[in-house]
Design a protein around this ligand. Structure first.
Ligand code: ADP
Ligand code: MG
Length: 434
């Protein structure tokens, strides 16, 4: 189970892929440094090729190494006849509704970053095909799109069991299209998709450039839309930025409501971590949440990964979870390297670039706002991102004394509390340096 969690949280293997490919694997044998995993014979060699192509073996090996400290090579086999007979009575992969039971509205933490997306999802879940159609959710990786989509699907299934709900990733959809073409079963595929009341397609950006898949999706979309069925899509970008997507699809995607999910702010990160710990029944001190939330960038999957790492680390070492242990557990997740590389000089240069002024302006005596403000941002960033002392920072920034630096840092800290745009600017500048 820990391996599965790791695969999903740290290596970005989708839960659908885990259900479809990783869970059905059996541990046949462990010899020296090899773990032999067997796959149901019905998948054939192609199944193994698929797993390798997706590098699941690599991720499994990494996850096991993380958990046990030992490196194993993963070897795949097809199940022997006897065994495959047993497993052929197992439910076929497609019958699984592909939904992660953990991804529900109950476990979703609402913050400023996702409040719109959450509200729209609830509206659609409560009144499919009446509220917004299609609903288009977009945002960066690990910000909760899949979680929201599964939540909608769970909700609808629970409240109206008559509705035919289908959640697929666009990869699943692509594979189905390819299979149907190969086996001349396009009619069947069309019938399947057209009998659906609520269709959710995750990561729709991956159908870009796949002509026959786009075609098929276009027809599916029209058929469902015209018979007033709900369509919910997710993507990493808004429709207008899906450059290579056929125009007719792009415009359709924006017929309903398009909402974004932004990276969480500090408070939301803390709330998500608290919720996660609560669901896992582990007690974690606030200072540890604070440590994770300030050091892990913006991705919620990484936040959860961090928490998980701490949990596993404490279990393996049989030590209680405290700040010390957390810092050690997160050592390689938290990028100290970039911290060392960032120097006051680099900060000055990057800030000057960003504001289109000269570094010499920043260290000059000029006091106009368009120079003084970037100068204070430099002070703030030097304090935050380097180990340089306040006195030294003052010296680098035009021989100013350390109380000027303190004043500058405090000014920016204060502004950050009321000006969310400033946070964006700081993030952009920080990103540039990394
Ligand atoms: P995406 O599909 O946008 O890449 P996911 O939906 O897979 O992101 O989310 C990544 C992880 O973060 C999941 O484990 C999910 O449960 C969790 N997560 C994301 N947003 C929230 C939230 N608002 N509240 C609780 N957990 C969240
Ligand atoms: Mg996703």
């Amino acid at each position: 189970d820990d391996v599965l969690i790791k695969l999903e949280q740290e290596h970005d293997v989708s839960s659908a892929a885990i259900n479809a490919w990783i869970k059905p694997l059996h541990i046949e044998d462990v010899q020296n440094n090899n773990i032999i995993l067997s796959l149901d014979a019905k998948y054939g060699e192609r199944g193994i090729q698929f797993i390798k192509k997706k590098m699941y073996d690599f991720y499994i090996s990494l996850a096991i190494q993380d958990l046990t400290g030992k490196k194993y090579d993963i070897i795949f086999e097809l199940e022997k006849d006897g065994a495959s007979e047993k497993s052929s009575t197992k439910e076929p992969v497609q019958d699984d509704n592909n939904l992660n039971p953990r991804y529900t509205f109950d476990t979703f933490v609402i913050g400023d970053n996702n409040q719109m997306a959450h509200a729209a999802s609830i509206a659609v879940a409560e009144a499919p095909a009446e509220a917004y159609n299609p609903l288009f959710l977009y945002g960066g990786a690990g910000l909760g799109k899949t979680h929201l989509m599964h939540s909608i699907a769970h909700y609808i299934i629970e409240h109206d069991s008559n509705l035919n709900v289908l959640y697929v990733t666009s990869e699943d959809f692509t594979n189905e299209v390819i299979n149907s073409i190969q086996h001349k079963k396009q009619e069947e595929l069309r019938n399947k998709y057209r009998s659906i009341d609520v269709l959710l397609v995750d990561d729709i950006q991956f159908i870009i450039g796949k002509d026959s898949t786009q075609q098929e999706f276009f027809h599916t979309f029209n058929a469902l839309y015209n018979s007033k069925k709900q369509i919910i899509l997710s993507s990493d970008k808004p429709p207008k930025d899906l450059d290579v997507l056929e125009e007719r699809l792009r415009s359709r995607f924006s017929w309903g409501l398009t909402v974004d999910i932004q990276p969480p702010d500090y408070e939301t990160k803390i709330a998500i971590l608290r919720k996660r710990a609560e669901l896992d029944h582990i007690y974690i001190d606030d200072e540890i949440f604070d440590y994770i939330a300030t050091h892990i960038k913006s991705n919620i999957r990484d936040l959860e990964g961090a928490l998980n790492k701490i949990k596993v680390y404490s279990k393996l070492n049989k030590q209680p979870i405290d700040l010390e242990l957390s810092k050690i557990a997160l050592q390689d997740l938290i990028d100290n390297k970039s911290k060392q590389k960032i120097t006051p000089e680099l900060i000055l240069k990057t800030v000057a670039e960003h504001y289109n002024i000269q570094t010499s302006d920043i260290i000059s005596k000029k006091r106009s706002h368009d120079i003084a403000y970037p100068r204070q941002i430099c002070m703030y960033l030097c304090k935050k991102l380097t180990d340089t002392s306040l006195v030294k920072i003052g010296e680098v920034i035009g021989k100013r004394d350390h109380s000027t630096v303190i004043h500058g840092v405090e000014k920016i800290e204060k502004d950050l509390k009321k000006d969310s745009n400033l946070q964006n600017i700081i993030d952009v500048i920080t990103k540039k340096m990394e």
